[in-house]
Design a binder for this molecule. Structure first.
Ligand SMILES: [Fe+2]
Length: 282
């Protein structure tokens, strides 16, 4: 029986079954998977936790891994794999105001680079007994459903993406000097066209987009607030309940994500991640 694809929600995403990660994936299955990725923007492959080499081998089927910014997360054997530890080890790690946890903020990975990662591959290695879902929002659909007058107003605008911005609730992790030197501010179009599908999406990163080029701060803030409210509408969202070993592959060019950071203290939550190289947004 060949690989099976089932939509996960009306907003985005599809579940892949009948794919045995221990065998080599056939060319015909690979074509089906790549097409489904472009159609649904997010694929969930069921499996068991892989070692970092096997995980990297799977990710390479969809693109070339990019070395990630934060050195302290690199896997020792395979530095293109980052280990993302999100366990609250003790009570002090979990703030009362959960918006102060950086992961809870909507974002698209890597937008502070000139060439942000086109896709993220994330596998759960440990999951808590409740909470901890990753939420996704479809900014291609959000753009398509915008009133034409608003589309016309925002197409052609550029925004400045910074490693950190006062617009985000929680501050970003402190950088080493090397990391700081790699994260100069960068301008990206507010509406980008996908290189493979040629469809437009809103490219806005609430954790990193600081302001619109050529606008005063107040005017820029009110426009970004309106866009934020629009792109995070429930109709564009899918929330993923992790099972151990799930691999999610998602398209950063047309999705935002954030984490439900309300899960029990002392229960492990850990993932391994690969980012796949992308082109400069246009
Ligand atoms: Fe992320």
């Amino acid at each position: 029986m060949g690989v099976e694809i089932k939509p996960l929600s009306s907003a985005l995403g599809a579940r892949i079954s009948n794919l045995n990660l221990e065998n080599e994936i056939s060319n015909s299955d690979l074509i089906i998977l790549r097409d489904a990725f472009l159609k649904y923007h997010l694929l969930c492959v069921e499996g068991l936790p892989l070692n970092s080499s096997d995980f990297a081998r799977f990710a390479r089927l969809f693109g070339e891994p990019q070395i990630q910014l934060l050195r302290n997360r690199w896997d020792k054997e395979n530095p293109e794999v980052s280990i993302l530890e999100s366990t609250y080890k003790n009570m002090n790690d979990k703030p009362k105001d959960l918006t102060m946890v950086r992961l809870s903020g909507w974002h698209t990975d890597d937008s502070y680079f000139e060439n942000p990662a086109k896709a993220t591959v994330l596998q759960s290695l440990a999951i808590p007994s409740s909470g901890g879902q990753t939420r996704f929002s479809n900014t291609r659909k959000a753009f398509e459903k915008m009133p034409e007058s608003v589309k016309l107003n925002i197409e052609g605008l550029f925004a400045i993406h910074s490693y950190d911005t006062v617009r985000a609730n929680a501050r970003a992790q402190k950088l080493t000097i090397d990391e700081f030197n790699e994260t100069k501010d960068v301008e990206h179009p507010l509406v980008r066209t996908h290189e493979d599908t040629h469809l437009k999406s809103i490219y806005f990163n609430p954790n990193r987009t600081d302001r619109i080029v050529g606008m005063a701060r107040a005017e820029s803030d009110s426009l970004l607030d309106v866009i934020y409210a629009w792109v995070t509408r429930e109709e564009f969202q899918y929330h993923h309940d992790w099972r151990l070993g799930d691999i999610l592959l998602w398209d950063n060019r047309c999705l935002l994500h954030s984490v439900n950071v309300d899960y029990p203290v002392g229960e492990e939550r850990r993932h391994q991640r690969i980012l796949l190289k992308g082109a400069r947004p246009a």
